[in-house]
Design a protein around this ligand. Structure first.
Ligand SMILES: Cc1cc2nc3c(=O)[nH]c(=O)nc-3n(C[C@H](O)[C@H](O)[C@H](O)COP(=O)(O)OP(=O)(O)OC[C@H]3O[C@@H](n4cnc5c(N)ncnc54)[C@H](O)[C@@H]3O)c2cc1C
Length: 449
């Protein structure tokens, strides 16, 4: 059965040159890059805070895979990390030897100030699920608010929703999950625990890493009593207050990140897994007898979702060949990380399985990199829309590397700079002068050939 929704007249509440939808890593990169080109920028975010998965899913150790490699962060991400460090140091982590970690709580506050300073107009509690299109251009996006639908008019729009919600509303084709069955990586709800005996977990080697090993042994010996299939246990900061700022464990499989019924199942299933993990830790881990659950992340987090069809689809083969693009906008270390979409834990983590034989984890190798072309940020059909972050045009395996938080901020930065340049020169984003765009990005701290 279908029902027809009556047409409505909607207030145009605001107008921006560049309108960014989604305040996660990609959206932040996009908004700041465009504002620095002198545009009036508005950033719409459905939640009450910025940061995307970093804050909403407690993904605080964004770049653990760069630790002890030849690579450093670049561009706006690098700046944010440095400025955050100036204010909040290493976020109370007692493990000074560990990679940098944000505190998701301090980062929320930091980002409020940072975006204000960059003159980005932020609108929180602004869920976008519709657009008004004329002549193949988005004229307005529609926010669903408690005051009913509201329109925001824009010169150019950047979809940084992670799920490609704006592009979907505009009717742009997309792919999702694995080719054969559409399965995405599992959804995860992280948790924070308090009451850890800090003494027992202090010092080197990293005791939380040893906990991961014990967990794996117990799991394989069948003594954890846990019903979730996941076998690893990445952990976040350990603070003098006896907090472990996150445990990244629960995995709900077979969830479509855009389907409310699946999301409901995923949230509830993950909370059950969290309670089971809590019981296991309390009973089996020395130094955790007195723990309590301090918080459960506000929302289930996803590593992949819709991938919007663009003028170029980045593939695993491009990455493996380090294919060079004239319109390169980011160079990123080659790393793949895909949790098994079907929960199959048998694989060895190699690329060969293609996401069908267990997980993929291919760490950074020496100086091996790959290029991301600007065209993978340009959706087909609509002239003034760009996408950034994990929903850009890519195959499923390529997505498992471009989804890295600092890579998402780089594609965001390129989308923001591209949109601003297009408006300045009176072009569509697909017709921008590429060497000029690359030069802007270099000036903003991005390493390009
Ligand atoms: C548990 C977990 C662990 C992970 N671990 C790592 C890791 O260690 N390192 C790493 O690099 N990556 C990791 N990732 C992946 C990484 O978090 C994501 O790929 C990355 O955050 C994607 O950035 P994004 O900006 O594209 O999307 P998101 O971070 O999802 O941000 C999208 C933003 O848009 C907002 N939004 C969504 N829809 C709308 C809408 N319709 N209207 C308005 N706003 C909207 C959201 O609220 C959110 O703020 C992990 C992910 C998860 C879930």
């Amino acid at each position: 059965m279908v029902i027809k929704i009556p047409e409505k007249c909607v207030d145009v509440r605001a107008e921006a040159d560049v309108l960014v939808v989604g305040g996660g890593p990609a959206g932040i990169g996009a908004a700041v890059a465009a504002a620095r080109q002198g545009c009036r920028v508005m950033l719409l975010e459905k939640r009450g805070f910025l940061g995307g998965n970093i804050t909403a899913s407690y993904v605080e150790t964004c770049n653990h895979f760069l630790y002890c490699t030849n690579f450093q962060t670049q561009g706006i991400y690098h700046e944010i990390e440095q400025k955050y460090r100036d204010s909040f140091g290493n976020s109370h982590d007692i493990r000074t030897y560990a990679p940098h970690r944000f505190s998701s709580e301090y980062l929320k506050v930091f980002l409020d100030d940072f975006l204000k300073h960059e003159q980005v107009a932020v609108k929180l509690h602004s869920f976008v699920n519709d657009v008004v299109i004329e002549d193949d251009r988005i004229q307005c996006v529609i926010i669903q608010s408690k005051q009913g639908p509201l329109a925001i008019k824009a010169g150019a729009v950047i979809d940084a929703t992670g799920d490609g919600d704006v592009a979907f509303s505009a009717g742009i084709p997309f792919e999702q999950g694995r080719d054969k069955d559409g399965l995405c990586q599992p959804g995860t709800v992280n948790l924070r625990i308090a009451g850890v005996d800090v003494e027992k977990f202090s010092g080197e080697p990293d005791k939380l890493k040893l906990l991961w090993n014990k967990f794996l042994d117990d799991y394989r010996a069948g003594i954890t009593g846990l019903s979730c299939k996941r076998q690893d246990l990445p952990a976040g900061r350990l603070t003098p207050a006896g907090i472990i700022s996150y445990l990244n464990y629960s995995c709900a499989y077979g969830i479509d990140p855009t389907n409310p019924d699946d999301l409901t199942r995923g949230e509830m299933e993950c909370r059950q897994y969290i309670m089971e993990l809590y019981e296991y830790l309390k009973k089996n881990v020395d130094g955790m007898q007195n723990i309590e659950i301090a918080s459960i992340a506000p929302e289930i987090g996803f590593r992949d979702s819709r991938r919007i069809k663009g003028l170029y689809r980045l593939t695993k083969d491009d990455i493996e060949a380090n294919r060079k693009f004239d319109d390169v906008i980011a160079v990123y270390p080659r790393i793949y990380d895909m949790l098994a979409p079907d929960g199959n834990m048998e694989g060895d983590g190699g690329l060969e399985g293609g996401g069908y034989k267990g997980h993929i984890y291919v760490p950074i190798e020496n100086s091996r990199t790959y290029q991301i072309p600007y065209r993978s940020l340009l959706p087909v059909k609509i002239d003034n829309l760009l996408v950034a972050g994990r929903c850009i045009s890519a195959d499923h395996i390529a997505e498992s590397t471009i989804r890295a938080i600092s890579a998402c901020m780089l594609t965001g930065q390129a989308a923001g700079a591209g949109a601003a340049l297009a408006l300045k020169d009176g072009n569509a984003p697909k017709n921008v002068n590429i060497p000029k765009l690359q030069s802007i990005l270099r000036d903003q701290g991005v390493d390009l050939p």
